[in-house]
Design a protein around this ligand. Structure first.
Ligand code: 9WN
Length: 438
């Protein structure tokens, strides 16, 4: 019997499905992480999304970053959320009326025309801008993309290096778990325990309208997030010693990676900026000096207030594998740790979990306390490749592509079974899939 060929019946390819997610999440100027759960623009999401979007439309990828950079504060900070004024206030908490950026952030130079949050997220932007440029250098030059982005990115890094070195050792501190981006990682449990939670009745969580409570942070976590953010706001978003200050390996490694990217951007623009690479190397050296833990075989977070390393293994402590000038014995140790019993890659897990499989707080479904996320796995895939681990990088890439398709571009997945958790159609899961396909 002859089988008629019907192209409409063929299932769409992974590439087409990923593109559809990004199309659906595009607002005209930027991309939301998720239509329901995160209906505004997020800082590090936009950087990862631009890295994927460049394969579909270099113009849209440039616009994505330009929209974010347009919301930069005069002190150089890039806010972690840029609010979309057409979205109802109660669609996401905390909303613009909580942050009150243009009033409370006046002295720090918050923009008047857009509403933003007052905290930051990891500095993936210069890396993203460079990769976006490479996708279509002709368009980038014609639009003056890098020439316009460069001073803003330089001011952003200067803000972090000068205003946020709260530990005085040459590394940036985050002052809120939302800044580091892995909101309820067990790494924060100890420093957060000192923070008096805001009463549960004083705010309403919109996230529970979209996600299963057992996949999300607890109410107690939220009470502490609210307290820290409100205190920072009430200090006019001025930086100084507060209740929570942590030096995080991923945040600082991403800053170093972005410094290398800024050096390339400066070179492309014809400006000589030898200080940039030196800065990236100094950051790498400071990471090793302050955060490397030989017994754990990985980097740990430093609790700046307590003056000690936090004895928890989070995926963030593997991300410095991304750095080219990491000493080779440390890189080799990190590879062993990723593939060992705590993270299980190539053995018990399909993707690298967000937290120690053997840790007391491990939970395969609860947000950043165990599930695997696509952005951290994408960073590790690059790190493995950079340090000559081609076979492992290829296997991880394959696992990510399979999981992305099978989970409907889930926000995060169970690291053992790859079962989808959180929302599906998540922006960076789709974008980084596209990047891996190219
Ligand atoms: C708070 C948008 C963001 C990500 C973070 C992720 C989550 C927000 C939230 O969603 O955080 O910023 O409401 O839980 O933890 O990494 O940028 O996708």
């Amino acid at each position: 019997r002859e089988i008629a060929y019907d192209p409409a019946a063929a299932p769409p390819s992974l590439q087409v499905r990923a593109a559809q997610v990004l199309e659906g999440n595009w607002t005209g100027q930027s991309t939301v992480p998720s239509r329901g759960l995160y209906p505004h623009q997020w800082s590090w999401d936009s950087a990862f999304i631009a890295i994927g979007l460049r394969h579909l439309s270099p113009l849209r990828a440039q616009t994505e970053l330009e929209t974010l950079l347009a919301a930069q504060w005069a002190d150089g900070r890039i806010p972690h959320i840029v609010f979309n004024p057409s979205v109802p206030l109660d669609a996401y908490f905390p909303s613009p009326d909580f942050w009150r950026s243009s009033a409370a952030g006046r002295r720090a130079g918050a923009p008047r025309t857009v509403q933003t949050s007052g905290i930051v997220q990891p500095p993936v932007h210069a890396l993203a801008a460079w990769l976006v440029h490479l996708a279509d250098p002709g368009l980038s030059r014609a639009r003056g993309f890098l020439a316009r982005a460069y001073p803003r990115l330089a001011a952003w890094h200067a803000y972090l290096l000068h205003r946020r070195d709260l530990g005085g050792g040459g590394l940036v501190s985050v002052v809120h778990p939302w800044e580091q981006g892995m909101d309820n990682s067990p790494c924060w449990d100890r420093p957060l325990s000192r923070v008096a939670p805001a009463p549960a009745r004083s705010f309403r969580r919109a996230d529970l309208d979209h996600g299963a409570p057992e996949d999300r942070p607890t109410d107690l976590d939220y009470g502490r997030y609210v307290r820290l953010a409100a205190d920072y706001r009430d200090r006019g978003y001025a930086d100084g010693p507060g209740d929570f200050a942590v030096e995080d390996p991923a945040f600082n490694a991403l800053l170093a990676a972005s410094e290398y990217a800024l050096a390339r951007i400066a070179h492309e623009l014809g400006a000589r900026d030898p200080a940039r690479e030196a800065r990236a190397e100094r950051l790498t050296a400071a990471l090793v000096e302050r955060l490397w833990d030989p017994a754990a075989g990985m980097f740990l977070c430093r609790d700046v207030r307590a003056g000690e390393l936090i004895p928890e293994r989070g995926v963030s402590g593997l991300v410095p594998l991304l750095l080219p000038s990491l000493p080779s014995d440390l890189a080799a140790t990190l590879v062993r740790t990723v593939c060992g019993p705590h993270f299980g890659l190539g053995g018990t897990t399909r993707l690298v979990p967000s937290y120690d499989l053997l840790g007391d707080a491990f939970d395969p479904h609860r947000y950043w306390r165990g599930p695997a996320w696509f952005n951290t796995n994408w960073l590790l895939e690059r790190g493995l490749r950079l340090h000559g681990e081609r076979g492992r990088a290829d296997a991880l890439r394959k696992g990510m592509l399979h999981t992305a398709g099978a989970s409907g571009f889930a926000e995060y997945v169970d690291p053992y079974t790859a079962q989808a958790c959180g929302v599906t159609g998540f922006g960076w899961s789709a974008a980084l899939t596209l990047d891996l396909l190219h």
